[in-house]
Design a protein around this ligand. Structure first.
Ligand code: SAM
Length: 278
């Protein structure tokens, strides 16, 4: 790894600049990228998906950690000349795909094996990417993700906190979530306006399967988070031809409760109440 040219020199030589429309903030310090790779556990011989390798800092750390194969998905083809040397350095363990990660079919790329996802996510599409992976099939193993700190806090938030919302419920009904460490803005080139954080997500054996229903319930409940649930769920109940009071009674949830007071079990009970009424 040490014989590879420094990332900053590669970027300068190629005349590449960060394109903000693609959420490009690079980690050029291998100490940080190695720390992220370590958070993902023992990756030797494990298939890993990395979204947005960019100039390849985290890619280097993941290859060094033994990922095999490392399937990288990058939307910006300008980085190919920086990444291609890593393909030969890695004896073909690195497989590059120039594609939009929101569109790509990961299961088809993996051909039947499971994969961890380790990525410094493009912040503008981090939430839709996570939702896509929460919905993914059995191929998705653990995820180690760098995100805006504020989004990371929402993923791990507990009930009765201001960060608790739709993303917390959806993430935590699918995965055991863990906030690992905060990364200051100055660690990136160029520095973003906000701090970032690394989170770990381990699939839950008892993951709630009806995510579409849970999305409808949480959208209605948190869409009007200051209202009592008997008011916030009125529209959803009407669509189902029932009343919010009935939906809540079937779930054993108090009609006067507010969304942020409802724990995961409560939201699952509400989703089941919706399912039994459809
Ligand atoms: N991994 C690099 C690092 O840590 O230095 C770059 C991380 S940068 C925050 C996000 C990367 O995701 C950029 O390389 C960007 O081009 C890429 N990207 C943005 N949107 C994407 C998408 N929809 N699909 C795949 N890659 C995307």
């Amino acid at each position: 790894m040490d014989e590879l040219p420094p990332l900053r020199a590669l970027l300068e030589r190629a005349g590449l600049w960060a394109d903000k429309r693609l959420g490009q903030h690079f980690l050029l310090d291998l100490n940080i990228t190695r720390r992220i790779a370590r958070c993902a556990g023992d990756l030797r011989g494990q298939a890993v998906i990395e979204v947005g390798p960019g100039p390849g800092g985290l890619t280097r750390a993941l290859l060094e950690a033994g990922a095999d194969p490392l399937i990288a998905i990058e939307k910006d083809a300008r980085f190919l000349p920086l990444l291609e040397p890593l393909v030969s350095w890695s004896d073909g363990r690195l497989r590059l795909n120039i594609a939009d990660a929101l569109e790509i079919d990961e299961a088809a790329l993996l051909g039947g094996c499971n994969a961890h996802i380790v990525s410094n996510l493009p912040y503008n599409v981090a939430t839709p990417l996570m939702i896509k992976w929460f919905k993914a099939g059995a191929w998705r193993a653990s995820m180690t993700l760098m995100l805006q700190k504020e989004v990371a806090e929402r993923v791990v938030a507990a009930p009765r906190t201001s960060a608790y919302g739709r993303l917390s419920v959806i993430a935590q009904t699918r995965c055991a979530v863990d906030y690992v460490f905060t990364v200051p803005a100055r660690a990136f080139t160029p520095a973003p306006k906000v701090e970032s954080a690394v989170i770990n997500l381990e699939p839950r054996a008892d993951a709630y399967p009806h995510l579409d229903v849970l999305e409808r319930v949480t959208a209605a409940a948190f869409g009007q988070r200051r209202k009592m649930l008997r008011a916030a769920l009125r529209g959803l109940a009407a669509e189902l031809g029932t009343s919010a009071e009935d939906l809540l009674a079937r779930a054993g949830v108090a009609p006067t409760a507010r969304a942020e007071e409802i724990d995961l079990a409560g939201f699952i009970a509400l989703a089941e109440s919706v399912r039994s009424g459809t």
